[in-house]
Design a protein around this ligand. Structure first.
Ligand SMILES: C[S@@+](CC[C@H](N)C(=O)[O-])C[C@H]1O[C@@H](n2cnc3c(N)ncnc32)[C@H](O)[C@@H]1O
Length: 231
């Protein structure tokens, strides 16, 4: 199936509310466990010296879970959508874990404009994460340029996203499954996201052709792709 890009930022108020109100907790917990597994495999334990950055953090679901899992480590969520960051800040403020989330901060910015000189990012990034972001980025080179510019020797990259289905029929089947669980706005967004997603081959070829082969690109089950490693 040919890729059909979707807008990078999720800025529509209804779209943001629909996304924020959906329950993705199962997948989010899986993601935190996966990250933990890969850190343990490398014998890395994060503490107050470290910094975690969550790119395209949306309403902050993953950022909050990262901040709770590693309470001594500063976590920064970045999103270019003002509505998403407002939502993330609001959720942090009303969270029953509010007191535990002192290590969590948000920045509203396009990831392409983020500089390591940003006052919040004073130290080297130990863990650079994204979930469901890559498919939003129109040009793959922009995504890899950003993670390359934010990474240093110690940075572990962990980016998970949807995998583009083989054909329209498979995309429609996944859309139908989504509609059983989520509202119409989210279902249509999910369908657009499936079409905008990259394939394993596209991501792998990009890393191989652009001197980024220190990153592993692999499938996670039949629906997701992971980009993992140091740069
Ligand atoms: C599908 S949501 C995922 C949100 C969150 N990572 C999660 O897993 O719940 C994708 C988010 O990426 C943000 N985004 C897309 N392109 C971006 C860019 N170029 N710069 C900053 N944020 C971006 C969108 O605004 C949106 O909030």
């Amino acid at each position: 199936m040919e890729r059909i890009p979707e807008p990078e930022l999720m800025e529509g108020k209804e779209q943001v509310i629909s996304y924020d109100e959906a329950d993705f907790s199962e997948g989010e917990t899986d993601l935190i466990n996966q990250i933990n597994y890969y850190l343990m495999r490398k014998n890395i334990s994060l503490n107050e010296k470290d910094l975690i950055v969550d790119l395209g953090c949306g309403p902050g679901n993953i950022s909050e879970k990262l901040a709770l899992k590693w309470p001594d480590t500063k976590v920064i969520g970045i999103d270019g959508s003002k509505e998403m960051i407002l939502r993330a800040e609001y959720k942090k403020n009303i969270s029953s874990n509010q007191k535990k989330l002192k290590n969590l901060h948000y920045i509203c910015s396009d990831i392409k404009d983020i500089k390591l000189t940003n006052f919040l990012i004073k130290k080297k990034i130990s863990l650079l994460v994204s979930n469901s972001l890559i498919h939003h980025i129109t040009r793959l080179e922009d995504f890899f340029k950003v993670i390359k510019s934010l990474s240093c020797k110690i940075t572990i990259n962990f980016h998970k996203d949807l995998k583009r289905p083989l054909d329209e029929k498979s995309a429609l089947e996944l859309k139908a499954q989504c509609s059983n669980k989520y509202d119409e706005i989210l279902t249509n967004d999910f369908y657009a996201s499936l079409k905008a997603s990259y394939t394993l081959k596209e991501l792998k070829n990009f890393t191989l052709e652009n001197n980024l082969s220190s990153l592993e690109v692999f499938e996670d089950g039949d629906k997701y792709l992971i980009v993992y490693g140091n740069l």
